[in-house]
Design a protein around this ligand. Structure first.
Ligand code: ZN
Length: 457
């Protein structure tokens, strides 16, 4: 009788700014495991970890593969994985420290889930990762310092039972990597029109830019993000690529869910590197600092903190500039530590104005005798009418309420081109995926056979 084992495999930190991508390594592993008769119980999981950690990998995404296979094949499966990770990691790069975690288990224990949550919302230490892995009898393999073990273990522990999205990633053939990506722009706009909001952030309408294609030397040709596996596959078929696609894979992911943001009770609880949702009242008005960034302060009874909206956040920055003192405000964003003369700052990804303060404009009163607007004779010296000579020290300026260009309770979000992987875009509000069981579509990855035969591995 065959004894089937469920194996969860976490992988992280294989790439560098000059090459590679951990999703690509996972895409290479998938067909090899299937040829061992492994059966996947989930799409490969792409788990984005806290984007504000100072030592992040590009995009800070870790991978988890979850499958069942015959106990007799486990060693071979592990060997395939270790070999492909080693071959496809940029080990010569100083910051690249790959890690792999093998966890054979039917269930994911709660302490591992808690560890993942901490890695997505805060900071976790290597020591804690190793202690936890060993207490769970998970096998951790690290290259060089093995810092990637942290992300690998975190990916295993995040099973995406709550809100999640999908991304179909298509990869370039090796000879094209590093060159300009050849994807027909019109076809992307057309795809967006036909598939949104079941797909999201394909294009940035404000700047007219295509967002599915990255710009670096990595192997990704494009990534299409969406609500369901079917939606991203359908969209993939609409995109016209003018260069060959080596392979494509559908990932299930915490992207676009705000999983990194933790609501905290008070400004005094804001910690550097921990993304937050925090409320306060605008205490210092917005000022424009060099490079057109907007900075202001919010305070509650316990503290005060700076908030910043950067130039590439587009509309968010323009809206932040409209805030005035006493507006009641909710900030969403990463927390940058103090540096030089800049205090700890929340880098805004989105915000909401809970209550707008009254904005008043003061004008000189009208002459009670002839109706003409009075002139001021200087601070505290009263007013004088140029026409009839009326003077008074007792008359006051008139206050007029100015209408505001912000709406109460409305959420303002950075433009798609500057959204982080984890930022939940406006188009996903009300479309959250919660609690649906995972249904694997028949085709969830593809390999260009012709290219595959020509490759030497
Ligand atoms: Zn007058």
């Amino acid at each position: 009788m065959r004894l089937m084992i469920t194996l969860h495999v976490g992988i992280d930190d294989t790439d560098s700014p000059r090459t590679g991508c951990t999703t690509y390594v996972a895409s290479l592993i998938v067909p090899k495991l299937l040829s061992l008769d492994a059966s996947f119980i989930d799409y490969p999981n792409l788990i984005r970890l806290n984007p504000n950690v100072p030592w992040k990998t590009r995009g800070n995404g870790a991978l988890c593969l979850r499958f069942k296979c015959d106990k007799a094949c486990v060693d071979e499966a592990k060997a395939i994985i270790v070999n492909l990770v080693e071959k496809n990691s940029d080990l010569d790069h100083p910051g690249t420290e790959p890690g792999i975690v093998f966890f054979p288990s039917e269930t994911i224990p709660s302490q591992l889930r808690a560890f993942s949550k901490q890695a997505i919302q805060g900071i976790v230490k290597m020591k804690d990762a190793l202690t936890l892995a060993s207490s769970l009898s998970a096998e951790a393999i690290g290259f060089k310092t093995g810092r990637g073990i942290i992300g690998a273990l975190a990916a295993v522990g995040e099973t995406l039972v709550g809100d999640h999205t999908y991304e179909l990633i298509a990869y370039r053939v090796p000879s094209n990597r590093g060159t300009k990506r050849q994807v027909d722009k019109e076809s992307v706009f057309e795809m967006d029109k036909k598939t949104a909001p079941l797909t999201y952030n394909n294009v940035d309408h404000e700047s007219g830019r295509v967002l599915i294609t990255p710009h670096g030397p990595d192997p990704i040709l494009y990534g299409i993000r969406g609500q369901t596996a079917d939606a991203v596959k359908k969209a993939h078929l609409m995109v016209r690529s003018l260069e060959p696609v080596e392979r494509w894979t559908i990932f299930r992911t915490n992207q676009g869910t705000d999983a990194h943001l933790r609501s905290i009770p008070s400004i005094k609880n804001v910690e550097p590197y921990h993304p937050v949702i925090v409320k306060g009242t605008v205490s210092r008005p917005p000022r424009i600092i060099p490079r057109r960034h907007v900075v202001f302060s919010i305070a509650d009874g316990n503290g005060q903190i700076d908030c910043a909206a950067y130039e590439p956040t587009g509309d968010l920055r323009r809206k932040a500039a409209e805030l005035i003192v006493d507006d009641s405000f909710e900030a969403y964003g990463g927390v940058r530590p103090a540096s030089g003369n800049r205090p700890v700052t929340v880098n805004l990804e989105k915000f909401r104005v809970l209550h707008l303060a009254e904005k008043l404009a003061f004008t000189n009163p009208l002459c009670p005798r002839c109706g003409r607007r009075l002139g001021s004779m200087g601070a505290g010296k009263g007013f004088r009418c140029e026409k009839c000579g009326f003077r008074s020290r007792d008359i006051r300026k008139e206050a007029k309420v100015i209408s505001r260009d912000l709406k109460e309770e409305k959420l303002y979000v950075t433009s798609p081109r500057s959204q982080r992987h984890l930022t939940k875009p406006l188009s996903r509000y009300g479309l959250e995926n919660n609690g649906q069981p995972v249904r694997m579509r028949r085709q969830w990855f593809g390999v260009n056979d012709k290219l595959e035969r020509g490759r030497s591995e």
